[in-house]
Design a binder for this molecule. Sequence first.
Ligand code: NAD
Length: 291
Amino acid sequence: MLILISDSFDPSLPGRLEPFGEVTHDKNRVGEATVVLIRSKTKCDRAYLDAAPNLKLIIRGGVGLDNVDLEYAKARGVTVTNTPQASSVAVAELAMALMLAACSHVVEGHNGLKRGEWLKKQLKRTELFQKTLGLVGAGRIATEVGRRAAAFGMTVIAYDPYVSSSDVATMTSLDDLLARSDYLSLHTPLTDETRGMVNQEFLAKTKSGVIIVNTGRGKCVDENAMASALENGHVACYATDVYTSDPPPDDSPLLTAPRVIMTPHIGASSKENLLRIGDIVVEKIRAFIEA
Ligand code: NAD
């Protein structure tokens, strides 16, 4: 059995998988692979699946499965599975880091010093304490963010049409959430319903001066509408880990809009999370072989 490791995993994983079969990183051998391990980079579309006649199992280390053609995989008899429980803490900590970086002007202060500018008077910080955080989506990651935000003294509210109660947030309607939130943190999967959800109409309902953090999916945001709202000052900061494509194209409006903080899709990339993902991958391959 050939196991193809197509994206980045913990360096210990190949050694741990050797008892199960041959392990390769050579993407040209996809045609021989029985198991393919991916994260968000590899796109398992129809052409990819057609090039992999021996494929039986795709394991996506991480949460979203929007980079796999699930319907075609099913039709081809390929099992697709992921490790959704592993990444919540890692992504939630990045969402908190982005929120704190936004209200404390960490990036502007740092860049100023690098340019030889002492921006002490210009950079007026604000606190998370006693502010309202609106979670869009109330799933695993949002719950971890809500828990941490509560420890900072924030009031946490959430909108999720598929969740009626939350341990960490008061559920409310989308309009109420947008009207009340000083911070919005986006945690929805990419679906037909959420694609472009954060558009001009959505942004118009938010508070002036809102800080928006996105560790969900880039395509849930209309980046042109976001850039306009940053340029006209309505949105105080857009802090994002995710883009319409990885990396964002050279003409992405986010690269030139003011007060954007960007990280290169590293929400799930903590060392600890990669180890957790590795543990789950090993167990899933063991179960696949024993089935
Ligand atoms: P989850 O399934 O536990 O939570 C997602 C929540 O979104 C669910 O409760 C669902 O009901 C809700 N939802 C669906 N449609 C909605 C809508 N239209 N409006 C509001 N809520 C809606 O998933 P999770 O583990 O919390 O992950 C959330 C997302 O985070 C993933 O789908 C993925 O896109 C993203 N993610 C990003 C990174 C990163 O590296 N930045 C890493 C992992 C996951």
